[in-house]
Design a protein around this ligand. Structure first.
Ligand code: GTP
Ligand code: MG
Length: 223
């Protein structure tokens, strides 16, 4: 049997489950974001920094953490007093829609408006599995190198925005932000690209505003 013959039923079943998830999220007024990147590019750091600000701005968040092993990321998020549940995939390199539904049922949702899903650190498989999210977001840290978008194109082609992280480290590399931007643009002409660093909290604000505007455009209401 060809690998493609196995893949198609798995993927189409996952898409159906993803649609069920999306209906649930929409009925609850939750903008859902699927964060995808290599291991260590700064997904949890981003959430630690932006979730408290979104809360202050009237857009409280829920987080589902995906990792092969450990509850370390969920512990980091819980320390920020953000509701979070950890999925351990035990070797599977991506999250699937059914895992998300089970995890979501464990979250005690009250008035939250944004659900972040931190996918398993991997630039390949997570891009192929729809989870019911409104937006798929690629994160690339400058230390990974400018060639990664072209080498792992699906994620960068399909993402509705790209976050370039750890820009504080650019002075130590033979690379500039313009090089990264032109490499991303080869694959995706439209997606906004946000540059950010944990050393400069103001660098998160443009992306926070983008999230708020997405929520308002889907669910209406005012700030
Ligand atoms: N200098 C610098 N370091 C950063 C920045 N963002 C994250 N880091 C560091 O990068 C390391 C990995 O960050 P994480 O947020 O754990 O990365 P992750 O993508 O969640 O990793 P996995 O969940 O393992 O895939 C940590 O030591 C962070 O402190 C940044 O903007 N600048
Ligand atoms: Mg993490």
């Amino acid at each position: 049997m060809d690998i493609k013959d196995i893949n198609i039923p798995i993927l189409s079943k996952n898409i159906k489950e993803g649609e069920t998830n999306k209906n649930i999220f929409e009925s609850k007024g939750l903008l859902t974001i699927n964060l995808i990147s290599s291991p260590g590019s700064g997904k949890t750091t981003l959430l630690e920094n932006i979730a408290p600000i979104l809360n202050e701005q009237g857009f409280p968040c829920l987080v589902i953490e995906g990792d092969i092993a450990t509850t370390r990321d969920a512990e980091r998020i819980n320390k920020k007093e953000i509701k979070c549940v950890q999925i351990n995939t035990h070797g599977i390199c991506h999250l699937e829609s059914k895992m998300i539904r089970k995890a979501f049922e464990q979250l005690d949702m009250v008035n939250e408006k944004i659900l972040f899903i931190e996918n398993v650190g991997n630039l390949v498989c997570p891009a192929e599995f729809y989870l019911g999210e409104h937006e798929k977001i690629a994160i690339l840290s400058v230390t990974e190198g400018e060639d990664k978008p072209e080498k792992y194109p699906l994620l960068f082609k399909e993402s509705s925005c790209v976050l370039l992280t750890k820009v504080d480290l650019l002075p130590f590399l033979d690379l500039t932000e313009d090089i990264f931007i032109s490499e991303i643009r080869k694959l995706n002409k439209k997606a906004p690209i946000f540059l950010m660093s944990k050393k400069d909290k103001s660098s998160y604000m443009e992306f926070i505003e983008w999230l708020i505007q997405k929520h308002l455009s889907i669910f209406g209401g005012e700030r």
